[in-house]
Design a protein around this ligand. Structure first.
Ligand code: CA
Length: 468
């Protein structure tokens, strides 16, 4: 029956698409900086499986998350809408607006099997957001099984407290698989993804795998003890012990994970464990890719690897996300598969929420009317070199940002009326704020970007403007 249904759906929706619709394997890291893939220039970390993906596909060096916390970034991806448009904005509202067609719903309605694996961090359940099957679902609700835990350095855990593996309806919990993040959790997510891929259905599939790595709490994964040493961990080029001003999150949860000031030793020790967790996730991604290959579907599968946002890890004196700097607003982003050029790099500016219409286009599935994001499939097909002229970022009421295609960035901190202007072409690490340099050319640039940022905020309905 399933195949008959698929046949008719396929006739309706794929009649103009060339060849069989591709499977889509979406691998999402959690809080991973964009500079943690060996093949992209980090010789202190080992990521052989992501390296192979880089060789097989296209790397985006300016893929961005728009809003650097988990829930908002993921909600943008699932809806193909900006947070101010979908209702989940991390402040002043965290409820999806009605009449939204979700990413997996669109693909399911287009004839796809839609699978969810791993962390569930948005409202509803996978089955109410369009996923036809789940495995290794990890979500909140295990409080009664929770026992106090500390991370690798003995710090009491604040992230994923009482999260637990469970069924889609949340009624059955699996405490034996661990409560909260465990040392081998990436392996469990990979096991679950493999169990779905091995079903090898006739219909094309969309497999959405949400890892928790390398989000805190951090522990050295099994088998990696001693692999990374503190003294070999280079400090980020823009390391500072303290951020020069309160960017609006000094008292946030993430920033409490590392004492102020951030010492060199503490940052090195953090990176040692953070790299270990990325290394382990890479190995688990390798296992998932092996399973796709074994199923005979690798050549017809689009593999996308990215993260929901980046992370401070000592850059600019910040431990956490919740900032507009490149290490955090940017994400690692690699896509490989049919029609995508091998070993390609692009600096085209894209948003994570654009994955939704992009995958619909690649799958030959109609993009629903509720989606406002734009497909960057032309870039993936090497038909276009650029995409978004400007990228805009936001965080609560405290940060707004514009980054232009020619490499200028203006950040605004409304609560303290402070500006930062960076020329990313000459200052990619954002160490030289030009906003009050006294150079008339910089002032002219700043004013031009201010006008564009203000216009964007007005057009998209920045809730902060309604306070005026
Ligand atoms: Ca995250």
């Amino acid at each position: 029956m399933k195949h008959i249904l698929y046949f008719f759906t396929a006739l309706l929706l794929h009649s103009t698409a060339a060849g069989a619709p591709p499977n889509i394997l979406f691998l999402l890291a959690d809080d991973m900086r964009p500079d943690c893939i060996a093949a992209l220039g980090n010789d202190k970390i080992e990521t052989p499986n992501l390296d192979r993906l880089v060789e097989r596909g296209m790397t985006f060096t300016r893929a961005t998350c728009s809003y650097p916390i988990c829930v908002v970034s993921r909600s943008e991806m699932l809806t193909g809408r900006h947070g101010w448009e979908n209702g989940v904005m991390g402040f002043r509202g965290n409820k999806f607006q009605p009449d939204i067609t979700y990413w997996a719903e669109a693909l399911r309605d287009g004839g796809y099997e839609t699978w969810h694996v791993g962390k569930w961090h948005v409202s509803g359940r996978p089955s109410t957001r369009g996923y036809s099957d789940v495995a290794g679902l990890f979500g909140s609700g295990g409080g009664s099984f929770w026992k106090d835990q500390t991370d690798w350095k003995g710090f009491p855990i604040t992230g994923y407290r009482g999260w637990i593996f469970q069924t889609d309806d949340g009624k059955t919990k699996f405490p034996k698989m661990g409560v909260g993040v465990t040392r081998d959790i990436s392996e469990k997510f990979a096991d679950a993804a493999i169990s779905l891929i091995e079903k090898n259905p006739e219909a094309p599939w969309f497999c959405h795998v949400n890892f928790t790595a390398p989000h805190d709490p951090l522990f050295i994964p099994p088998g990696l003890e001693g692999k990374y040493e503190n003294e070999n961990m280079p400090l980020p080029g823009n390391y500072l012990s303290v951020h020069p001003f309160d960017h609006g999150n000094f008292d946030g949860r993430d920033e409490a994970l590392l004492p102020w000031p951030r010492t060199r030793e503490a940052v090195q020790d953090l990176l040692r464990v953070y790299y270990s967790v990325v290394d382990d996730m890479d190995a688990q991604i390798g296992r998932i890719l092996d399973a796709v290959e074994k199923s005979g579907e690798l050549d017809n599968t689009i593999v996308i690897f990215t993260s929901d946002h980046g992370m401070g890890c000592g850059s600019h004196g910040l431990r956490g996300k919740q900032n507009m700097y490149e290490h955090t607003i940017n994400v690692p982003f690699v896509a490989a598969g049919p029609g995508i050029k091998k070993g390609a790099r692009t600096d085209a500016q894209i948003y994570l929420r654009e994955l939704y219409p992009t995958t619909c286009e690649l799958a030959g599935v109609k993009t629903p009317a509720s989606v406002t994001a734009t497909s960057f499939a032309p870039v993936l097909r090497s038909e276009a070199k650029s995409h978004q002229e400007n990228i805009y970022g936001y965080f609560t009421d405290s940060q707004r940002m514009i980054r232009t295609g020619d490499g200028w960035k203006l950040a605004y901190y409304p609560q303290i009326d402070r500006w930062q202007l960076f020329d990313l072409n000459t200052d990619p690490l954002e160490q030289n704020d030009l906003s009050s340099s006294g150079d008339p050319a910089h002032l002219k640039r700043k004013n031009a970007l201010k006008v564009q940022l203000e216009a964007w905020r007005k057009d998209t309905g920045d809730p902060l403007l309604s306070d005026r």
